[in-house]
Write a protein that binds this ligand. Structure first.
Ligand SMILES: Cc1cc2nc3c(=O)[nH]c(=O)nc-3n(C[C@H](O)[C@H](O)[C@H](O)COP(=O)(O)OP(=O)(O)OC[C@H]3O[C@@H](n4cnc5c(N)ncnc54)[C@H](O)[C@@H]3O)c2cc1C
Length: 478
């Protein structure tokens, strides 16, 4: 006899595992199916984010930054650190340990909340039945009142640079290098390319980033993107815009990449090449022909604002549906869907999903950019504050970048907060909280901020919107 559940979730990434836990918390009998095989040859929970995405990349970013600081930045504090060396396998092993702890933690949370875990491949059939094919090939059918599809995404591969065992790799391979490549090529100057390029550049690789677009970070505010390009280039990342890769040839553990740019055809040889040109939704063998769920023209599962698919009682969340491919977007969709299944009126504010690039300085934003607001014909007032004028940033010797607050010129309501600088991710979150509560720039300016903090830069930028900044000269006096 088939088992019956109120909710069956396919995929245990940050979308799926969060949805499963929240559904179980709300008293719904919940199952979650996962097939990701971890390093130890067993199924592990946590999806891309915990296994090969957010967490392992941040572990390497933090380790590599500490190395870089010890080598390059301690001296200015009067600290002598001679003979600083790097043990790449130890660094990569530390990362693996963090992943193991966190993914194991999800299994514990499932047990604590009463989520039933199934190991294997999940496929949606007609009438909300879900077929689970175990690792041993055994097939089981689950009957579900509701199904949540959270099957995530995988890296896009490109014909001019097909992956090899160890020379041309995707983001997952780039988290596993056991030594520092002398010359590293990265295709794609997006979030993942910049973060992974930064890791290996800090450890000593000569890094070239090939980006087909002429514009750097087109989704970011133009002022912030310009500053980012300047700072990252100064750090040694050779970012080549308008460089379209047309071919690659692997010979003797090296790869020669052919690309065209404004100067015509070029060739560069690298010891490793990371392909980081984006991710695509995972829908292979996921939906039976008569499941009724439709896919949009870009290959994503079609959903409405509440993540409902074309079949009542079937939902899809996270990277497999439209919108930003971000773990926090996936998780919040998971919570919203679980709560709606339980009869609550939950919804999510898609306008306030923060974006972060964990380079150093970090680049982060929430809300709209100045150029997009101008294109919409919205009149704005803008306040900026450079970290070079922040006492806390000076104390930390971390003064690159700025905070930018954009407010509606008529209402003063904050419409965007953009930061490049130390702890930008944390500062932008403060902006997101303010914006969620409809704050004006004046409201933010009237709040008391601890001194000395990096957050004061947000305070000053908010004050600068109306010409009231204290620690810089105001462009507009009001
Ligand atoms: C290198 C890198 C760094 C990143 N850094 C960040 C970051 O700093 N911040 C951030 O917000 N985002 C980051 N991301 C993106 C983030 O990882 C994803 O947005 C997030 O994991 C999406 O969550 P999800 O639950 O939708 O899908 P996933 O995390 O991809 O999980 C989907 C799961 O479903 C399973 N699955 C798929 N099909 C089936 C099936 N048929 N049956 C059973 N199981 C199935 C898969 O095995 C997988 O485990 C990063 C990604 C990468 C690659």
């Amino acid at each position: 006899m088939s088992q019956k559940f109120d909710v069956v979730v396919i995929g245990a990434g940050p979308g799926g595992y969060v949805a499963a836990i929240r559904a179980a918390q709300l008293g719904l009998k919940t199952a979650c199916i996962e097939k990701f095989i971890g390093k130890e040859g067993k199924v592990v929970l946590g999806g891309t984010c915990l296994n090969v995405g957010c967490i392992p990349s941040k572990a390497l970013l933090d380790s590599s930054y500490k190395y870089h600081e010890a080598k390059e930045a301690f001296a200015v504090h009067g600290i002598e650190a001679k003979g600083v060396t790097i043990d790449v396998p130890a660094m990569v092993a530390r990362k693996a340990n963090i992943v193991k702890n966190l993914t194991g933690g999800i299994a514990t949370l499932f047990k604590a909340n009463g989520v039933t875990s199934f190991e294997g491949h999940g496929k949606l059939l007609a009438n909300k039945q879900v077929e689970v094919t175990g690792l041993d090939g055994k097939v089981e059918i689950l009957e579900a009142e509701n199904v949540i599809i959270a099957s995530g995404s995988k890296p896009v591969e490109i014909p001019p640079a097909p992956l090899t065992d160890d020379v041309i790799v995707d983001s997952t391979g780039a988290l596993e290098f056991q030594s520092v490549p002398k010359k590293l090529g990265v295709i794609g100057a997006g979030v993942i390319g910049l973060e992974l390029g930064s890791v290996w550049a800090r450890l000593g690789a000569e890094v070239t980033v090939l980006e087909a677009l002429d514009k750097f970070l087109p989704a970011a505010d133009e002022q912030i993107a310009k500053e980012a390009l300047k700072v990252l280039t100064k750090q040694g990342l050779n970012i080549r815009l308008g460089a379209r890769v047309t071919g690659s040839e692997v010979k003797k553990k090296q790869v020669t990449v052919t690309f065209t740019d404004a100067n015509g055809e070029q060739k560069e040889t690298f010891d490793k090449l990371i392909v980081a040109v984006g991710r695509r939704p995972v829908t292979a063998n996921l939906l039976a022909a008569d499941s009724g769920v439709t896919i949009d023209e870009r290959g994503f599962i079609f959903v409405d604002d509440h993540c409902k698919t074309s079949v009542p009682g079937v939902y899809a969340i996270g990277d497999v549906v439209r919108g930003a491919m971000l773990a926090h977007k996936a998780s919040e969709e998971g919570v919203m869907v679980a709560e709606r299944i339980a009869g609550h009126k939950a919804q999510m504010n898609y306008d306030l999903i923060p974006s972060v690039i964990y380079t150093h300085p970090e680049i982060a934003w929430v809300g709209k950019s100045e150029q997009s607001l101008k294109a919409e014909g919205v009149e704005v007032n803008v306040g900026t504050f450079p970290f070079a004028a922040s006492g806390r940033a000076m104390a930390a010797n971390d003064t690159a970048g700025l905070v930018k607050v954009i407010a509606d010129a008529k209402t003063d309501r904050v419409l965007g907060v953009h930061v490049i600088g130390p702890s930008a991710a944390e500062l932008v979150q403060q902006g997101a909280i303010a914006m969620e509560f409809g704050s004006s720039a004046e409201d933010l300016g009237m709040m008391v901020f601890s001194h000395p903090t990096l957050s004061e830069a947000l305070h000053e930028a908010a004050l600068a919107v109306n010409g009231h900044a204290i620690h810089i000269a105001n462009r507009k006096k009001r």
